[in-house]
Write a protein that binds this ligand. Structure first.
Ligand code: SAM
Length: 273
């Protein structure tokens, strides 16, 4: 059987057929032309078995990024596995907002990324601003292993620590605190896509107090570690703008708290300046 025929049959089983090409090309590191040339060749039993396994995994809604083992974020290709959230486009918007807000003349900023996961935010910031001193924390050791691997792969200098929010950093000061914390209300778990709920780590998704627990902890703990002119940048759930604004206005009455929309005009970020 030709590859073309095997792929066509497999794609007929899938709701999102284009994902199969993405995963197979990703696994074999093939560009588009090499993939098209492969289509005219016969498929071996071994290759057919890989194609079938991938098709079954996609049918079971496993995210393609976990199947290939990487995801693109900003300028970086990051290793991902089921211990880390797949970094999202909305989070790229948060990183861009920070970079636009802090000109290149803001040297040597001390930054902490709370809940770093794959390291997406921390690594992108240090990649764009190599003189920043970036610390990245996570409660998950398994996530930090992935983040460390990503730092090594891109030769980026980030300090990684296991920490429950900022509890390991109470003696330090930061000019900038950033976080994309877990923010989904567990009571709304049924509204989350099956592929997310089934495969992405639940500690990266869900938080108590209607999804607000991490914001409450960050606001409380940031009080002692944020410098006087320090800033906080947060990703939020699209219905949490007012609640997160209220938490940070109460904790930082002298700062301006602003809710920002994402590309789809949904509330998605909060800045505290
Ligand atoms: C939504 S994911 C964000 C991952 C990554 N920053 C990104 O934007 O792709 C949230 C992360 O917070 C971590 N986390 C959950 N509870 C935490 C806590 N109490 N302290 C520190 N990190 C926590 C999770 O392990 C997960 O890696």
């Amino acid at each position: 059987m030709l590859w073309m025929e095997a792929v066509k049959r497999a794609q007929a089983e899938l709701i999102e057929p284009f994902e199969l090409e993405f995963v197979m090309r990703g696994k074999r590191n093939l560009d588009k032309l090499a993939w098209l040339n492969l289509m005219r060749k016969s498929i071996s039993d071994e290759e057919l078995s890989v194609l079938t396994t991938v098709t079954q995994a996609l049918k079971a809604q496993k995210p393609p990024q976990y199947l290939v083992g990487w995801a693109e974020f900003m300028a970086l290709t990051l290793t991902v596995n089921e211990n880390v959230l797949i970094p999202r486009q909305e989070t790229e918007e948060l990183v861009r907002m920070i970079l636009e807000d802090t000109s290149k003349s803001c040297h040597n900023l001390r930054v902490v990324d709370i809940g770093t996961g794959s390291g997406a935010i921390a690594l992108s910031l240090v990649n764009a601003r190599p003189d920043w001193k970036v610390t990245a924390v996570d409660l998950s050791k398994a996530a930090l292993e992935v983040a460390c691997e990503n730092a090594k792969r891109h030769r980026l200098d980030v300090r990684f620590l296991v920490s429950d929010v900022l509890s390991a950093l109470t003696e330090e000061k930061f000019d900038l605190i950033v976080s994309n914390p877990p923010y989904i209300d567990p009571a709304k778990a049924n509204e989350v896509d099956d592929s997310v709920r089934k495969y992405e780590p639940s500690m990266a998704l869900f938080a108590a107090d209607k999804g607000l627990e991490m914001y409450e902890k960050i606001a409380k703990q940031a009080l002692s570690v944020l410098t006087e002119n320090g800033k906080i940048y947060l990703e939020i759930g699209y219905q949490q703008g007012a609640a997160v604004k209220a938490i940070f206005e109460a904790a930082f009455p002298n700062k301006v708290v602003t809710v920002h929309q994402d590309y789809f005009q949904k509330d998605r970020m909060v800045s505290v300046k």
